[in-house]
Design a binder for this molecule. Structure first.
Ligand code: ADP
Ligand code: MG
Length: 242
């Protein structure tokens, strides 16, 4: 453990992020998530060419990785620098690229983490070959770097059907859109519609599993979980229109 980390650069639902020198960050999970396994998943997708941060070290609870420079996609949307239609294209392209990554063989290090017990509902009979899913791919987990968009926050990643990953993203966007108290709701609705227009409609077959996955996510507080049913109804309604 680093002797003096100073104040966190960011504090999120599960993790505190600390600067390590000028170009690395240490992500410390407060829930004691399996950072060693998460690091193997990040190395696996990165070795296949997918844009995940380079991992330098992982111990129990701490993960040290490269600092990605650039705004998150959420920050870029809020700053008016990325359009909602462009954001939907980025999200769908990242899903497509991730789901094209060959899954690890059972004897590879990432396999154990990607098949570990999860709060996610991963069973989908007849859903095709399993692939690597991120299961939290939303605009605050994407950084727009000079080399293109890159994806953070790999703790939820598991093997499963691609449509489930798309469905989880749709439900996350719809949770914001369905929240009457959230000033981001109108924009989230537009982004959801653009995402549904571009994403493989197979995601609709995974809406129930996505709803159960979101409701079981330990990173959500009860008020967020309460939005899930309205979010799922919104996705189903908007998908019929698109
Ligand atoms: N490698 C990184 N480079 C740059 N920023 C990062 C990096 N990892 C995390 N962040 C920032 O910290 C925030 C939270 O990190 P994240 O891993 O998503 O955990 P959580 O959502 O639980 O807080 C991100 O939205 C991003 O702004
Ligand atoms: Mg995050």
């Amino acid at each position: 453990m680093a002797p003096s980390l100073g104040a966190p650069l960011f504090s999120g639902a599960d993790a505190d992020l600390y600067a390590v020198g000028a170009d690395r960050v240490l992500r410390r999970s407060r829930s004691g998530a399996d950072t060693v396994g998460t690091a193997e998943v990040m190395r696996h997708v990165r070795a296949a060419g997918f844009p995940a941060p380079r991992v330098d070290a992982a111990t129990d609870g701490d993960l040290t990785m490269e600092l990605l420079r650039g705004p998150t996609l959420l920050q870029s949307i809020l700053g008016g620098r990325t359009s909602l239609a462009g954001s939907a294209r980025i999200l769908v392209a990242l899903h497509d690229a991730l789901h094209a990554v060959p899954p690890p063989a059972p004897d590879e290090p990432a396999y154990e983490a990607l098949t570990a017990p999860s709060f996610a509902t991963l069973d989908a009979p007849g859903a095709g070959a399993p692939c690597v899913l991120h299961l939290d791919l939303h605009p605050a987990n994407v950084v727009l770097t000079a080399d293109g968009p890159a994806v953070l926050h790999w703790t939820n990643a598991r093997l499963g059907p691609a449509g489930l990953d798309l469905a989880v993203t749709a439900v996350v966007l719809a949770e914001v859109a369905a929240d009457e108290d959230d000033e981001l709701a109108p924009g989230a609705r537009v982004l959801l519609d653009a995402f549904l227009h571009l994403a493989d409609p197979v995601l609709l077959r995974h809406l129930d599993a996505a709803a159960r996955t979101r409701a079981a996510d330990p990173g959500l507080d009860p008020s967020e979980v309460a939005l899930v049913p309205a979010a799922v109804a919104l996705v189903a309604r908007e998908a019929r229109r698109s």
